[in-house]
Design a binder for this molecule. Sequence first.
Ligand code: EPU
Length: 425
Amino acid sequence: MAKFLVIGGRELEGEIEVRGSKNASLPALAASLLFNEEPLFQNLPQIEDVFRMRELVEVLKKSGKINHEIAKRIRASILLTGPALARFGEVKFPHPGGCVIGARPIDVFLDGWRAMGVATDSISVANSGSSTVHSIPIYKLRASHGLHGCEYTFRVPSVTGTEGLILTALMANGDTVLKNAALEPEVKTLAEFLNKNGAKIRGAGTPTIAIEGRNGKLLESRAAFFAPPDRIEAGSLAVLGALLAKDLCIKNFPAGELISLLLTLKNAGVELDNYEIATNQRETILSHIILKRAKKFRAVDIKTKEYPGYPTDLQAPFAVLATQADGASRIHETIFEGRLNYIEDLNMMGANITLSDSRMAIINGPSILRGRKLESPDIRAGLAFIVAALTAEGQSEIGNIYQIDRGYERIDERLQKIGADIKRI
Ligand code: EPU
């Protein structure tokens, strides 16, 4: 099993470019099932989750079936369900897994599909693919009388829930209005891609989205999908730069989508005045940002929120920075109940973090971190372990790096180029 061997304390310098967004690419790939001809995909990140999604799409196109072994490992596999229902009238799929960061129910999807006329059944089966035997639900959905448009209000504004119901509503008979929809930029990217290819979706990026149903008529492939820069990778690199950069330029930095992180970094004492603003067709973004290590960090509190609030996916890297800040920083995780799963490891590295409950961490700094053996628990905490290992004194070994490869393209090679001592062994 591959691991990362990391030696901490090196200064970072040079240029690093943000790759295409994982969470924008996955729904666009799922949407390819709704085209009469495969659309062109550009700037997709070369990461494991994209490879798995491509495999899922290929199998589904050929066989009309979702591969359960792959689907139960990635959350975004649920995005295929709507298109599969529209194309084949029925679909069977396992509870989508992905990162172990909380219960991750799918009730809002199921309620939405029922509102569109879908019959939903579920059975529980033993999960043979796991070392600890437990059962996972298998869902069977049928749209015997076709899909019909509806008005549906999300109980919680789910990101993949919004994307999944857009993809379903697009093929329905009649129009759909989704309320309390997720505001995340990836929803807007998906709607823009579909609209360029003939769909009529209004309001993506706001809480109310209207979708014109096409009654099964597939989209014509006119415009390619171009993956925008990954805001989470960009934000994680910014945190890394704030900790270790002598002079680091992050290119393709989508600052317009990272305001809450940038404000947090500023409050923590990171200088962010040296940047250049560019405009692209999406919105105003920073084309690049230059970071230098802050001499001293101030303690800051963060509370994760839906977009445009502080992203839950950037909570773990920030915790590493907070270990270097003067005083007590509090991290309140409001989105996922199991996402402070990395705290114990940071404490073993020398951090002083207490959990006041499963959603609130109090980080007392500054602490000297020391390298050690770590196992990546999920994509984002895995990257945070790389940040911690690069900040720490001495050597760390990070295992279970498949989790990191799921979300970050050849991160070791790219970090080596800016001076990091990280090797894949
Ligand atoms: N929720 C429900 N019922 C549902 C769906 C969601 O209660 O049916 C709850 C969740 O438990 C959570 C909240 O709603 O408390 C928000 O979850 P959401 O559905 O928005 O998350 P997601 O769509 O499963 C996406 C990203 C995550 C990111 C979250 C939050 C993808 C493929 N995944 O997940 O990214 O953390 O939104 O922004 O887009 C990652 O990339 O590593 C990752 C975990």
